[in-house]
Unconditional design. Structure first.
Length: 192
C-alpha cells in the first residue's frame, strides 16, 4: 500500500502538482455520502433478495443432505434385514439338507434291512425246497430199495424154501419185512 502511495506521489511531482498527502488519502465528503447510500441500497437488496435465496438454497441443501442421510440409514436397515433374512434362509437350508441326509440314511438302512430280510427268506425257501427235494428223493430211493429188497427176498426165500410164493403173499412178506426194518431203523436212530 505504501508503495502505491509512493508511486502516486512520484507521478504527481512529475506533472508538477503539489502533493498533499492528507487530501489525497481521504475521500471527499460527497463521495462518502454516495458510497454510503450505494452501500445501504446494496445492503437492502442483498438482505431482501440474495440472503433469502441463499437461505433457501442452504435449507434445500440441508434437507437434501438430511434426506440422503435418512435414505442411507433406511438402506442400511434394509441391508441388515436382507442379511438377517439371508442368514435365516441359509440356516434353514442347512437344516433342510441335514434333514434330507438323515432321511436318506434312514431310507438306506430300511432298504438294507428289507433286502437282507428278503435274502434270508429266499435262502430259507431255497433250503426248504432242497429239503423237500431230498425228502422226495429219499422216499423214491426208499421205495425203489423196498421193491428191490422185496424181489431179492422172494428170490432167496424161493431158493431156500424151494418153492415159489404167490404174488400176494410175496408182497405181504415184503411189506412186513420192510416195516420191521423201518421200525428197527427208527428205534436205533431215536436212541442215538
Amino acid at each position: 500500500m505504501h508503495a502505491l502511495i509512493a508511486i502516486v506521489a512520484q507521478e504527481a511531482e512529475a506533472h508538477g502538482e503539489e502533493v498533499s498527502e492528507a487530501k489525497d488519502l481521504y475521500p471527499a465528503a460527497g463521495e462518502l455520502v454516495v458510497g454510503l447510500i450505494a452501500f445501504l441500497i446494496l445492503f437492502f437488496f442483498f438482505g431482501k433478495w440474495v440472503l433469502p435465496r441463499l437461505r433457501t438454497v442452504l435449507e434445500e441443501r440441508r434437507v437434501q443432505i438430511q434426506g440422503s442421510l435418512e435414505e442411507a440409514e433406511t438402506t442400511r436397515r434394509e441391508a441388515d434385514s436382507v442379511l438377517s433374512d439371508y442368514r435365516g434362509q441359509l440356516a434353514g437350508a442347512r437344516e433342510e439338507s441335514n434333514r434330507i441326509i438323515e432321511e436318506a440314511r434312514k431310507t438306506a438302512e430300511q432298504l438294507r434291512r428289507d433286502v437282507q430280510t428278503k435274502a434270508e427268506e429266499e435262502a430259507q425257501a431255497t433250503v426248504a425246497r432242497a429239503q423237500e427235494e431230498i425228502r422226495a428223493e429219499r422216499d423214491r430211493v426208499f421205495q425203489e430199495l423196498r421193491t428191490q429188497v422185496g424181489e431179492i427176498a422172494v428170490e432167496l426165500a424161493g431158493r431156500v424154501v424151494g418153492a415159489s410164493l404167490d404174488k400176494g403173499a410175496h408182497e405181504r412178506l415184503i411189506d412186513e419185512y420192510i416195516d420191521q426194518v423201518a421200525r428197527s431203523g427208527n428205534g436205533s436212530s431215536g436212541k442215538e
